[in-house]
Write a protein that binds this ligand. Structure first.
Ligand code: SF4
Ligand code: SF4
Length: 372
């Protein structure tokens, strides 16, 4: 039978940065917490991911005896600054669709387990961070993120992969604790632009900019528009401001060539004017939380980021997109964006559009013109 040591060696050979083992016991604390916060998590169940079932590994995979957690830093190489500004770093080199990097290595690792008679499953609804802490791989932050004990200078820039397996391995010493220093006065909680961090380790996911950017319904409410700042897809703010992440952020690193190659496709102007074919071939394979039917939300997010940039160079593109779009949510946000940027060109576009507009779009144009 393959030993724990051999499995660890294989994980490193596959390029993972750390590995830990824990039991397949239920995650009772997580179950209680989900019960207490049921209203804020019910939307996840509706989207098909039963977090409650994930608290019992045996309910997901009846032969589960252990959990193996793999850790990998997704921020070893630098990302182009024009992407970091608008997108969460964890989405910039995500290969879950194209499967040319992490997915491939995970497959190789699982094949090794299979060859050695071990059945493994990767349940997407397992509480990953708790599994990793129970496997002794890191600690929690008050911002609800997981901080590695070893990677990214003990920072939070890590991806976790939890595999339930049908063999028993000696569990590692758990590190189920908060790792924040006393002297940090809750910087992340104060910095969160939408108040999604309601307290230490208490996130209201539906107020988080990440959620709002890819799942938000309808036109972005006025109260969120400025706080969402330049974020188009995802948010890293509570990681960026955290002093536990400062050592890793300060490191020099080479540019990620895979991400650099697609940077031009993600320019805001291109996203604002993209059609379905462009979305299907260049965007969705890398950022797939929004479907083809939700291109309107991509464009709305881009318009909001353009508005919050206060950069007049975006006005011609906003003006052109305003004439070419029909979706009132996109038109409304573009009107808001032009009002926020201001200037004579913005005023000209909005004034010309007013007589032909009605309903929500008209209201947004009027509000924008008032500001001007
Ligand atoms: S990701 Fe952004 S919005 Fe979400 S909790 Fe962190 S700072 Fe707040
Ligand atoms: S900002 Fe401070 S409180 Fe928040 S996770 Fe980092 S160290 Fe902890």
């Amino acid at each position: 039978m393959v030993t724990k040591k051999e499995i660890i060696e294989k994980a490193y050979e596959c390029g993972f940065g750390d590995i830990g083992f824990t039991t397949a016991e239920p995650f009772e604390v997580q179950k209680t917490l989900l019960e207490e916060r049921r209203p804020t998590y019910e939307w996840v169940a509706k989207s098909g991911l039963d977090l409650w079932a994930g608290t019992d590994p045996k309910a997901v995979f009846s032969q589960a005896k252990s959990i193996i957690v793999l850790v990998e830093s997704y921020f070893n190489q630098a990302f182009p600054s024009n992407l970091e500004r608008y997108f969460g770093r964890c989405y910039l080199d995500d290969d879950r669709i194209i499967k040319n990097n992490l997915s491939k290595r995970t497959r190789t690792f699982r094949d090794f387990l299979t060859e050695n008679g071990i059945v493994s499953k990767i349940p997407p609804h397992l509480p990953q961070k708790i599994a990793a802490a129970r496997a002794g791989l890191g600690t929690y932050g008050k911002n609800c993120l997981f901080y590695s004990n070893k990677l990214a200078a003990r920072g939070s820039w890590v991806t976790l992969i939890s595999l339930t397996v049908d063999q028993e391995f000696e569990p590692d010493e758990p590190t189920l604790e908060l790792g924040c220093p006393d002297w940090c006065k809750n910087t992340c909680l104060t910095a969160c632009p939408t108040g999604a961090l309601k307290g230490p380790r208490h996130l209201d996911p539906q107020r988080c900019v990440s959620y709002l950017s890819y799942y938000g319904r309808g036109i972005t409410p006025l109260e969120w528009r400025e706080p969402m700042g330049l974020r188009v897809y995802g948010c890293d703010h509570c990681q960026n401001v955290c002093p536990r992440n400062a050592p890793w952020l300060a490191r020099e690193r080479p540019l990620n060539p895979r991400v650099e190659a697609k940077a031009d496709d993600f320019r805001l102007e291109k996203l604002l004017h993209m059609d379905q074919e462009y979305f299907r071939s260049r965007i969705w394979p890398h950022m797939f939380y929004m479907s083809e039917n939700e291109i309107w939300r991509w464009k709305m997010n881009v318009a909001r980021a353009m508005g919050n940039s206060l950069d007049e160079q975006f006005i011609p593109d906003l003006g052109r997109a305003f004439r070419e779009n029909e979706d009132e949510r996109v038109l409304g946000l573009m009107a808001w964006a032009m009002g926020r940027i201001g200037g004579s060109e913005a005023k000209k576009v909005l004034t010309a559009a007013l007589p032909k507009s009605q309903g929500l779009v008209r209201e947004e144009i009027e509000a924008a013109l008032e500001k001007l």
